[in-house]
Design a protein around this ligand. Structure first.
Ligand SMILES: Cc1cc2nc3c(=O)[nH]c(=O)nc-3n(C[C@H](O)[C@H](O)[C@H](O)COP(=O)(O)OP(=O)(O)OC[C@H]3O[C@@H](n4cnc5c(N)ncnc54)[C@H](O)[C@@H]3O)c2cc1C
Length: 304
């Protein structure tokens, strides 16, 4: 381990206890792709206060911080992630007014969708089949064709790289299709205030069922969902399929035969195998269709 990490490890252990902090911790099982290397240091936060505390300790010690939500949209390098990884299990969701929730950033999207449904609050149904946390969804503006998380967001509590906590409204966050400024700002999402609208329970259940039905034909197996953003007016999956790449394999990774925008870990894939397929798809689509595909998934850790 990097010598500079030891004082941070000692500080985290003093603050949260030995059993909460792990050195050289495998991340593979914490990511939906089931691939990638270790974190130098791993701490699991169980509340927004713990997330804030750990992030501030990392900052005080000059150690880089990576927040991992559900790991459903990331490819962690086989070389792992240097510095501190905080696995975010801060998952409290409290009602806010008649139609809203204040959710800690580690709350699962599915939990939020179910709570809203039970409370007769519409607008969250689209989250029902999206794996991952509120924090990850805010950062990547997760959603479906019709609805994005930015559309139900009222404000976000953020920790800046300067160590200051601020509340920001969506217009300040540069949301676009699967994009926000948070993808490059170094800010940590602590919690989010989300708002829907009152509706009949039957309407909410019907919409929830529709969203679940739309996912029934999604490929099963370890993946990160869609690898690429859809280019304007087209579909990344269609472009990759048109290049004849369905079923293409590198090591244990395979471009899904069902949906070409998914890459599956069919067993023992390395992160390099997966990334090689990403690169093959990008190069072929650029060569044959003249379209530059952009990754929706995020690369974490040290890449050669
Ligand atoms: C089967 C499958 C289906 C999917 N379907 C969809 C879909 O329909 N629509 C869609 O949009 N996505 C989909 N995804 C992708 C994924 O579910 C979303 O991107 C989700 O929002 C990721 O959340 P997460 O908590 O897992 O984020 P992670 O993968 O853990 O992290 C994503 C990025 O956000 C950062 N991050 C996470 N939490 C925080 C935080 N609190 N503060 C700061 N940065 C943070 C991470 O460092 C990383 O850079 C799918 C994935 C799978 C596996």
């Amino acid at each position: 381990m990097n010598a500079g990490l030891r004082p941070l490890e000692v500080a985290l252990v003093a603050a949260f206890g030995r059993e909460r902090v792990r050195a050289a911790a495998p991340l593979r099982d914490l990511c939906s792709w089931g691939a990638g290397g270790d974190a130098d240091l791993l701490f699991t936060a169980r509340s927004a206060e713990e997330l804030l505390g750990a992030a501030r300790l990392a900052r005080e010690h000059g150690i880089p911080l990576t927040v991992l939500g559900g790991g459903a949209n990331v490819l962690v390098s086989d070389r792992g992630i240097r510095g501190l990884v905080v696995r975010n299990r801060a998952d409290r969701i409290e009602p806010s007014g008649e139609e809203g929730f204040e959710a800690e950033s580690g709350a699962l999207l599915t939990a939020l969708a179910h709570l809203a449904s039970e409370a007769g609050i519409a607008g969250f149904e689209f989250l029902v089949g999206i794996p991952g946390t509120v924090g990850g969804a805010v950062v990547g503006n997760a959603g479906t064709k019709a609805s994005w998380v930015s559309g139900v967001l009222e404000s976000v509590l953020l920790l800046g790289p300067d160590g200051i906590v601020r509340r920001e409204v969506p217009v300040a966050l540069g949301f676009d299709y699967r994009k926000s400024r948070l993808q490059s700002s170094g800010e940590t999402v602590l919690s989010a205030l989300l708002r829907g609208r009152r509706a009949e329970r039957s309407e909410i259940l019907r919409r929830t069922a529709e969203f679940l039905e739309a996912r029934r034909h999604q490929p099963s197996g370890p993946s990160a969902g869609s690898v690429f953003r859809n280019p304007r007016g087209d579909h990344a999956g269609r472009l990759i399929e048109a290049c004849g790449l369905k079923g293409r394999r590198v090591g244990g990774a395979e471009i899904s035969r069902q949906h070409a925008n998914f890459i599956l870990n069919t067993g023992g894939a390395s992160a390099r195998d997966i990334r090689s397929l990403v690169e093959i798809a990008k190069a072929e689509v650029a060569r044959r269709a003249g379209v530059a595909l952009e990754e929706e998934v995020r690369y974490l850790g040290e890449w050669p």
